[in-house]
Each structure stands twice: as structure tokens, then as C-alpha cells.
Write a protein of this length. Structure first.
Length: 420
């Protein structure tokens, strides 16, 4: 089946133009003006905007092992509803992908159930225990990179060994940076809200300390290094300085860190994630980081849990919130419509830089795989978790009014999501 998208505002080569687009045999056959195809189904996209499918390098799909939280089927459908066509799945699973056998168990489910492209991370260490390297060599052809996400690698010697191996394999290390010795039972940011309300705080150094350590290791090894979900002003500055020195480093942050501060918290599980939402000073530093290119990409850290697991307030709920279905709308509403960044910059953060760094995803170009998403940027609505396709419903953006609704997502030319 061929499809002709008519009169769309298409993002291509860094600009927007009103054009038509023909999809056939899984690829973009043509992009131009007044296109015609006698065999194509015509979709009127007047007033709609076509983007390259978004790329998220940090998503938890929970399968195998925790299917009650999310499955690859439900999670990938949620991704498509959010406009995403390529995502990297994190390895805190059961069994975790620390061997080729365990990794292939996940790959088999992806092949069977995923409606978009899912690229799994393998673990850095066996069982994510931080004591022995995983079978990095055996898994390298099948993994997008290596991460112990959810746990920081505490040992400098172990991280040095991992980086040395990753360098030989030409693979990226995607690091969850967290010094366990500095946590002291904390569960939200060690800031004003915690002090006022009697909560135990997580200090900023628990994040930026390991980043500082790892930057020195990257200088020694030349490893490709990516920092997950940065949240502090010190992290931004360390990475900015490292880039200026030529260190091979990239990083991500999430929509909630860019748009919220700790004084917006409520004693509800939907505000609990790791790292935590931090101060307004930190948030503003993150904004500067995306504006000057220090922060390369927006990633959601989509982390679904059951309703029971997220119903125990800030202290006792599990860490993690969902975000794959709200990321574009929240970012567009709070960052683009407010004039903080341009729409072109947002697409760089949601597609271009991740595509360039991780080698996944596509751009809109004749002959490219047809991974695209179509949005109505003028449609206003309130975020309602009951409408989510994800099994997870815990979002800090509950009931917020946003603009930008996904109407269509194509992955490999097939419709992965449709609301048109």
C-alpha cells in the first residue's frame, strides 16, 4: 500500500516547507510539491506537521521479567503514540541482558511484539552488581551500547575496565551516574521542599561526582561516553568543560527536569524519579545547557510501575515516572511556545543528535526508511493518564494543558499509531 500525505508542513534539511510526501515499500519515495500517485491512499495533512520519527535513547520497557509494569508491545505502542519510532531499551530486566543468551530472550520478544524500532542496551556488569564485567564482547553485535542504568558503577577500576573494552568494541557506555555512598536514604532532592516538609534529600554531588570521575577515565581510554538523565547545574558545567577539552562525551536530560523544580513537588508517587527533580537554579542551568549545545538530547527515562507501586507517596513509592506519550507536547508547550527554544532546536534534541550519536533513527529524505510522525501543533488538550497506551500511569504532568497531539506515526512505512 502506498500513501500520499498532502499539504503537510514537512521538517526536512533543518527547515519547514509545505510539501507532499509519498510512502511506498517502507521508504519515502518522494518529497515535493503537487505530487501525484494513482495507486496511493491520500491522507490530507493540511494544517499538520510532519517530523522525522523521534528517537529516545532511554526507555524502560520492563520485559522480560516485569510484564505487569509494561510489555514491549504496550510500551512500543505508547512510544508510537508519542511520535517515537526508535528507542533504546534499558537493561534492568529479569534476566538482565548480561549474556548473549539473556539478550536474545529480549530480542525475540522485540521481533515478535514491537511496533517500532527497539534497540536494547546490554549491561556493563553481570547482574548489574558492579563486580564483574558482562559478556560485552559476545553481546556487542546485538546491543546498541552498554549501561547499568538504575545503578551506578561504584568502582573506578570496574568502569575503567568497561570503558577500555567498549573502546575496543567501538560501543558507547551510557552511564547512570550515582554515588551510593552519598545517598544517605534520600529519595527527593536535598533542597528547600525536602527541608520544609521533613523529607530525606539526595545531594547533587551523588550525580556530578561520578560524572567528574568518569570524564577523567574517558580521557584515558578514548571511550564513547554518554551520561544519562542529568539534573544538576554542576553536571552541566562539568560536561560543558569536558566538551571544550575535546572529550568524547554526550548527555541527555528529561522534560521534567527542564520544566519543573522541587518546589512544584507534591507528596505523591508521580513526582518521584531518580535522579530527582531539583532546584530552580538547576533547572535554569539545564535550560542553558540545551540552548548552548552542552546537553545533546531529550530522553524521557520512561519508567512505568504498577499503580500500587506508585501510590505510596514520595517516601515509599518506587522511583520512576512515565513520559513517552507526553514528552513532545510538554516540551513544545513549555519550551517552544514560550520562546525558550525554537521548534527546529526541539527536533534536534528529539531526533538529530540522538541519531548522530547512537546511529539509530532516520531523517526525512527520499530513499530513507519511512519512520515519520505527524502532529497537530494547534490541538490543545489536558494530559489524562487514563488515555495512555502505556501500562504505567504515573506522570508529574497530570491534568496539565498542552499543545501538540500526535495524529499518525509510521515505522518502516507501516502505521504504528493513528488518530486521524
Amino acid at each position: 500500500m502506498s500513501m500520499l500525505l498532502k499539504n503537510a508542513k514537512v521538517y526536512m534539511d533543518g527547515t519547514f516547507k509545505i510539501q507532499d510526501l509519498i510512502i511506498s515499500d517502507g521508504v519515502i519515495q518522494a518529497v515535493g510539491f503537487s505530487l501525484f500517485s494513482s495507486s496511493a491512499e491520500i491522507i490530507d495533512c493540511t494544517g499538520l506537521t510532519v517530523f522525522p520519527g523521534f528517537v529516545d535513547v532511554h526507555v524502560h520497557l520492563r520485559q522480560p521479567g516485569f510484564f505487569y509494569k509494561e510489555t514491549i508491545e504496550s510500551g512500543s505502542k505508547a512510544c508510537a503514540r508519542g511520535g517515537y519510532t526508535s528507542v533504546c531499551s534499558m537493561p534492568n530486566l529479569k534476566p538482565c541482558p548480561d549474556s548473549l543468551e539473556n539478550l536474545k530472550a529480549q530480542l525475540d520478544i522485540i521481533d515478535k511484539d514491537a511496533v517500532i524500532n527497539v534497540y536494547p542496551f546490554a549491561t556493563i556488569t553481570k547482574g548489574q552488581a558492579g563486580e564483574e564485567l558482562s559478556d560485552m564482547c559476545g553481546m556487542s553485535k546485538f546491543a546498541v551500547g552498554f549501561s547499568d542504568d538504575g545503578k551506578g558503577v561504584q568502582s573506578e577500576a570496574m568502569m575503567l575496565s568497561a570503558m577500555t573494552t567498549a573502546k575496543k568494541l567501538d560501543k558507547i557506555i551510557s552511564a547512570h551516574c550515582e554515588d551510593n555512598s552519598l545517598l544517605n536514604g534520600g529519595y527527593i532532592h536535598d533542597g528547600e521542599y525536602a527541608r520544609i516538609n521533613g523529607h530525606k534529600g539526595i545531594c547533587s554531588e551523588s550525580e556530578w561526582g561520578p560524572i567528574k570521575r568518569d570524564i577523567e577515565l574517558v580521557k584515558k581510554t578514548g571511550c564513547k561516553y554518554h551520561v544519562c538523565h542529568i539534573s544538576t547545574k554542576e553536571s552541566v558545567e562539568l560536561i560543558r568543560q569536558a566538551k571544550a577539552q575535546g572529550v568524547d562525551i554526550t548527555c541527555e536530560t528529561g522534560p521534567h527536569y527542564l520544566t519543573m523544580n522541587d518546589m512544584m513537588l507534591k507528596d505523591e508517587g508521580r513526582f518521584k524519579m531518580n535522579p530527582p527533580i531539583r532546584s530552580e537554579e538547576d533547572r535554569l542551568a539545564l535550560i542553558e545547557g540545551i540552548k548552548d549545545g552542552t546537553i545533546d538530547m531529550i530522553a524521557t527515562d520512561h519508567a512505568p510501575h504498577s499503580q500500587e507501586e506508585k501510590s505510596k507517596g514520595l517516601k515509599d513509592s518506587l522511583m520512576g515516572v512515565v513520559g513517552i506519550e507526553t514528552a513532545f507536547a510538554v516540551s513544545y508547550t513549555k519550551l517552544v511556545k514560550t520562546g525558550i527554544i525554537t521548534l527546529e532546536k526541539l527536533i534536534e534534541l528529539l531526533n538529530t543528535r540522538a541519531r548522530q550519536r547512537f546511529g539509530i533513527g532516520t531523517e526525512i529524505k527520499t530513499g530513507e526508511r519511512a519512520d515519520i510522525t505527524v502532529f497537530d501543533l494547534n490541538e490543545k488538550y489536558r494530559i489524562n493518564p487514563d488515555e495512555f497506551l502505556s501500562k504505567g500511569k504515573a506522570t508529574p504532568f497530570l491534568d496539565e494543558e498542552v499543545y501538540g497531539k500526535c495524529k499518525l506515526t509510521f515505522c518502516g512505512g507501516k502505521i504504528a499509531y493513528k488518530d486521524i
